[in-house]
Design a protein around this ligand. Structure first.
Ligand SMILES: Cc1ncc(COP(=O)(O)O)c(C=O)c1O
Length: 450
């Protein structure tokens, strides 16, 4: 690790003023009263501002799948920064964006072979929703404006993403947002599925809700359905067996596009490059971000079926027409593209997605060994993901799990909590003794939680 020594750390701590920064998704006042700063990282570990090495049990934020500060990625970014710092993708471009796109579509499900680059998961989601609307319009079905999401879905923070998302916090704060949306019910069913390993047995029929929404709105008005194959931010919800297949069938029946938001499941998390491949269901579009560059430079993307891309090209009018009126200043940014190329190469060279499949049984056993500990009401696992759901404190939702997070951090293990679920998703280079360290720490903490 590129470690700052004690003196440098002391100077940093003394000189740092925390006031000006408004932190994202953070209890700012609480944080600033007792800050937690990460000052360096390498492979499986962070170094904290108080000089501790903390094991990263969440790959940064479902993102650093190959581990931190991997030399090949660092070198690729450095080299690119010296070669070409920026080039617009509007009517010009630079080679690395094309190279990144080609490498990316070499690992996507068959038929999804074109990519539109954005800079984050949120932008990827909004881009995908706009592609859906524009696609139906260019092929003469412009009445298809309705976008269907799912309760407990998280699709980032853009207005499109929060509209199709199903987080009550967003609805409470921001109101109704996009008018043309509806939602499927979520698939969480602990009464029938608690402590499932992999995909739960019960709940394929939740997909029939889509039939109901089609009857309500009429298929001629519906553009797309967007779901996370595995919902992460609302507590690691794994799709029941047959559920995604059913969604696919109903979408096909009515000409509705199916979008998988794979911002957290993309790039090996469930053992295959994409969860679409793990679950054997091919959507019409996939949104991705995070591990696309191993999180070293922000980048997102929407991968679309050939038929969608071809429709835009075929119906695009005169050659000088812009076929899709959309793009970001930083779409396919040179540094992000270089990082993506290096990350995608690294995943392949080190067979990291296969490693997830190899480690998954050990991971699953370790996670499920927490069954029976105080407050544990459910454990859900797939690939290198685990959700450990705790009973909430009376009148204080989320407080028990957050206390677990604070205690784990003080014991040198980084975990994440969403609501009252502990969500774990380590880098794929994790070793078995490090898996033990994560779950032993969580075990010790659960025994003493208030
Ligand atoms: C499924 C999903 N979609 C979209 C996003 C938003 O990504 P970003 O934070 O890069 O905008 C996230 C972030 O965690 C996510 O989990």
């Amino acid at each position: 690790m590129n470690m700052p020594d004690e003196k440098v750390l002391r100077q940093l701590n003394d000189s740092l003023n925390l006031e000006a920064l408004w932190m994202p998704f953070t209890a700012n006042r609480q944080f600033k009263a007792a800050p937690r700063l990460l000052v360096a990282a390498k492979d499986m570990h962070y170094l904290t501002h108080d000089g501790r090495k903390v094991l990263d049990g969440i790959a940064g934020l479902w993102a650093v799948n190959a581990g931190h500060c991997r030399q090949k990625i660092v070198d690729a970014i450095k080299k690119q920064a010296e070669t070409i710092d920026y080039a617009t993708g509007f009517q010009l471009h630079h080679p690395a964006a094309f190279q990144a796109a080609e490498k990316l579509v070499s690992i996507t499900p068959k038929g999804l072979d074109h990519v539109f680059f954005a800079n984050s998961g949120s932008e990827a989601v909004d881009t995908a929703l706009k592609i859906a609307l524009a696609y139906h319009r260019v092929r003469g079905q412009g009445t298809r404006r309705l976008l269907i999401g799912r309760e407990r879905g998280y699709h980032g923070v853009g207005f499109g993403g929060i509209s199709v998302g199903g987080m009550s916090g967003n609805r409470k704060t921001f109101g109704n947002m996009l008018a043309s949306v509806d939602h499927l019910r979520h698939t969480h069913d602990p009464a029938r599925n608690a402590f499932s390993r992999g995909q739960p047995e019960h709940g394929a029929e939740f997909a029939d809700e889509l039939e109901r929404l089609v009857q309500l709105h009429d298929a001629s008005n519906i553009a797309a359905v967007i779901v996370e194959p595995v919902a992460g931010s609302t507590g690691v919800l794994i799709p029941p067996k047959g559920y995604l297949q059913k969604l696919r069938q109903i979408c096909d029946k009515y000409g509705i596009l199916l979008i998988f938001d794979e911002v957290i499941t993309g790039f090996g998390r469930t053992g295959k490059a994409f969860a679409a491949q793990t679950f054997g269901v091919t959507p019409d579009m996939i949104t991705c971000a995070k591990a696309l560059t191993n999180a070293a430079v922000p980048m997102g993307g929407v991968i679309v079926k050939k038929e969608i891309y071809d429709t835009f090209m075929d119906k695009g009018g005169p050659d000088n027409n812009i076929e899709f009126f959309h793009g970001y200043t930083y779409s396919g940014h040179p540094l992000a593209s270089a990082a993506a190329c290096a990350a995608l190469d690294l995943f392949k060279e080190e067979r990291l997605f296969e490693r997830v499949t190899e480690l998954a049984p050990y991971w699953e056993d370790a996670a499920h060994s927490l069954k029976g500990l105080p407050y544990v009401s459910d454990i859900r696992t797939i690939g290198l993901v685990a959700g450990i759901e705790l009973q909430p404190m009376v009148d204080k939702p989320g407080a028990r799990a957050f206390e677990a997070f604070l205690r784990a951090y003080s014991k040198n293990v980084l975990i994440r909590t969403t609501g009252d679920t502990i969500a774990l998703s380590p880098p794929f280079i994790i070793e078995k003794n490090q898996i033990d360290q994560i779950f032993d720490t969580v075990r010790d903490i659960l025994k003493t939680l208030p």
